[in-house]
Design a binder for this molecule. Sequence first.
Ligand code: TNX
Length: 484
Amino acid sequence: MRQLGDVIPLPASVRSDPAADFRVPSGVSVSAAPAAAAVADELAGLLRRVTGFRVPRDDDGVIRLRLDETVDEAKSPESYRLDIAADGVTLSAPAAQGLFAGVQTLRQLLPETAQAEVVLPGGRIEDEPRFAYRGAMLDLARHFYSPADIRSYIDSIAQFKLNHLHLHLTDDQGWRLEIEGWPRLTEVSGGEGTGIDGQGPGHLTAAEYADLVAYGETRFVTIVPEIDMPGHVNAAQVAYPELTCDGEPVQPRTDAEVGYSSLCASKEETYAFVEDVIRVVAGLTPGPFLHIGGDEALSTTAEDYRTFMTRVLPMVGKYGKRAIGWHEMAAVELPPTAVPQFWRIEPVDAGVARAAENGHQVIMSPADRSYLDMKYDESSPLGLDWAGLLGVERSYDWDPADRLPGVGEESLLGVEAPLWSETLRSLADVEYMAFPRLVAIAEIGWTPRADRTWPSFRRRLGAFGPRFGAQGVNFHRSPEIDWT
Ligand code: TNX
């Protein structure tokens, strides 16, 4: 049996009571308020797998999921309380999100495979996230991943209480989301021969994207779509040459260069296109965020960048969304709700510090700590190394509130771990790069800062190995961890 605190991310408060261990009985059932039925069914499924019992849902189960009647405004909807006692288990939360988070905790307290007797450790966990935004990013432009792959990634990340999946949908090498009214974007730039070395073809239809959004909702993972501009747009310009300044056709690109393409800030066609795309993407996305890229616009003049962003940022608000952009965006005056996402390795950034001072929230994704496409060590078969090598301890042993002067705890919306796909070819490659480093970022985003230590994380991660195995997740058996 596991200890009550053997959970990743480590909960905010754990009080063990060894006298209160709960032996799951053969007649076990789960009861839940109607609004929590789906989460209860998920828990029943997990229990069925490890006990072999039927585990129905009824009104007087020994395992109870409760939505708290009293609404405490200060409480995160993701908070929960888990009471494990000799005569039953009660999980309570202010919202379904919190019950889902609690079920992810319970899942790790259960054995990973079927057992003759299943016992849960007694005591109480009271838990809530440090940051509201805890994300992963997947680059579909350099290599496309199928809806089945993306659903699988959602499943893998949700168990660590990550709650946003940012999809990098467009770049120089490919355009991966069907946009009504602009069919060539995906017909030409989402088809055969696109992606790095021509090896990552494919795109999401609008219906497939909507299905992914709905799937994410069942795992309380919000999809954050990114349309990268004004740079990283070669694929759009291949499909629609009128999007270049001179209107001349450009060639498809399958190399990994950055910084050579730009939308034309002085052309009205540019803004008609961009507004259409933002309108369509916002219409397909119930979540609050729309990411507009803004990074590495190395062939856009500073003045054009400002002109472009100043016109485009308000469009995001016009269609009801809150703009996220890579932190280069912070060089311009931002609408109050806009969120810069810091990605560089430098220890200071004047634009982000000014945005924070003006009350903006920031997402932290420093490449030298959170970029899952960096090699683990010299021997890594996949990955890049421009931000340095990134071992598991290095991905854990930092704090987002210390990363940039002027950007402290109160300025942080949260953390995100991006995974760029230049060297990746499959979901197995994605999993190899993400796991276990993404787990470190998940704990940084959830667990109170003062409670986090590398030795504790290292031990709990080592014990998680067999779970990855049972789930069929292709994790990297880093030599930094004693895997059990
Ligand atoms: C920088 S980080 C990029 C991407 C690359 C990545 C590779 C950022 C906002 N832009 O275009 O894929 O490095 O690590």
